[in-house]
Design a protein around this ligand. Sequence first.
Ligand code: CTP
Ligand code: MG
Length: 219
Amino acid sequence: MTVWAVLVAAGRGERLGEDRPKAFARLGELPLLAEPLRRLDESGWVDEIVVVAPPEWEEPAILLAEEIGASKVSACVSGGATRTESVRAGVAEVPEDAAVIVVHDAARPLLPEDALERVIGALGEGFDGAIPGLPVVDTVKRVRDGAVVETVARDGLVTVQTPQAFVAPVLRVALAGRDGSDCASLVEAQGGRVKVVPGDERLLKVTTRADLERVTAWL
Ligand code: CTP
Ligand code: MG
């Protein structure tokens, strides 16, 4: 069973506000991208990796992979205008014989090995996909024009992270449809069964400067 990882790193990082894409913002000594790439490369669950780089940053991404000795990188491609477009570009590089595709946000650099184990392991139970989720702790309200419309019952709600693992052909079919904010929503839209496994606070997505500082402290 071959497991391919698609590492999406093609976003612009507008909310981080640096002079370069978020994947190349400093995290410790190296560009942020180095951390999730090294972790995927060292993972016992991952066989091959496709890196989806920001347009015009493919070359620096390849050099970085060489610098850290990431030997599982099979391809580095340029991303698209949306996250889903970038995933499509990455999945297009995955050969037909791949059994499982794991999609991970480079913006979540601190990828724990056991998170990969949980999502990939769940596919063995007959699910089409598996995603990490964390229970919602705050009260959730629907708001319109600054006024509360509804307080949403919190039980049963989770916030979801990556890595997200899928049976490869199921993800390919799902990507032929509309865009979504994550890959699982595309699979769900096709009637696929997606399991939620425990998430991890360390999978925090770096969005702002404060997130980058938090992740740096956890390195
Ligand atoms: N991503 C991507 N291609 C895009 C948009 C996003 O590969 N066109 C990736 C990002 O690189 C990131 C992940 O999807 O790893 C989640 O996106 P997000 O956190 O929103 O990152 P950015 O889009 O870069 O940040 P911002 O929205 O602040 O510009
Ligand atoms: Mg974005």
